[in-house]
Design a protein around this ligand. Sequence first.
Ligand SMILES: O=C(O)CCC(=O)C(=O)O
Length: 302
Amino acid sequence: MAMVVRRTARSVRQSVPRGLEYRLKILWRYTRNMPNGADASATAAKESGRYVEELRQNGFVVIPDLIDPDKVTAMAAAWKNELSHRDRLIPLLKLTHGDNAPSELLEAGYDVNKADVLLKDPMTVFSGYAEFALNDTVLRIVNSYFGRCCALYDCIVWRNPVNDLAPLGSFLWHRDPEGPFLVKSFLYMNDVDEEAAHFVYARGSHTMKFQALKTKHRLTNEEMERIVPRDQWVRLLGKAGTLILADTSGFHKGEKPRSKERNMVQGVYTLVPPEKPVAVNQQWLGDLTPAQTKALRFVQPF
Ligand SMILES: O=C(O)CCC(=O)C(=O)O
């Protein structure tokens, strides 16, 4: 019986046009976030208005000099140190294939010189990651973009070494399912040029025109160019310390030409509680700004 109900619910849901589903989600998230209405938007508009504008217009913005270079160096050093502690790493393969991945593949997934790896619970490992994910200027830009106060949904530290593995998962075009109201920050911890894995965004694909389209979850370049022409695909490159903010409910992917490694920290900001609350070491949090207090509303104390 339960299965019949579930199947019926799924088929009703699948028959709802994506544009309508998306609008309903927006409405639902607005109403659920009434108490988090963004008075913060006014303050962000003064200081960082042009970043908010660019984010609105293109779906992404690059900010080369917001994060203190010494802090970037400290984050990179902490990551280098963690790479030798296997028990604190998660192979990306485990996330894309789950525990069903063949064990020899998973084993190879821990080889930090060959496979993509992530750090477990970064905001309990090094204070710099928590500080980055809670950067007040970034939060106020995101608040202004959403028109609501955002919440920190995740903080991710990862490394893409040199390899020639076929593109999988986030290396194919996709829209992140946590949207609408989704912004990710990407901080490159080393210089990233076209020879390293890098972030690529389909300019303008965060708007309702594109959001209304029903597509497969992962798309090849050929499938993508039928939706957004190649001349609107933007490669986001930059020196260590380059910060990118992107609305990842628009189409994006990682690009794979790899003769150089990439190390990156990400903050993820939304209006919805994560399935698994992200952990942060509370002892590292000093006096919090209003935007930071709101951003911590779904976070698990550690
Ligand atoms: O590797 C990249 O730059 C893309 C990352 C990505 O797709 C994501 O974080 O959603």
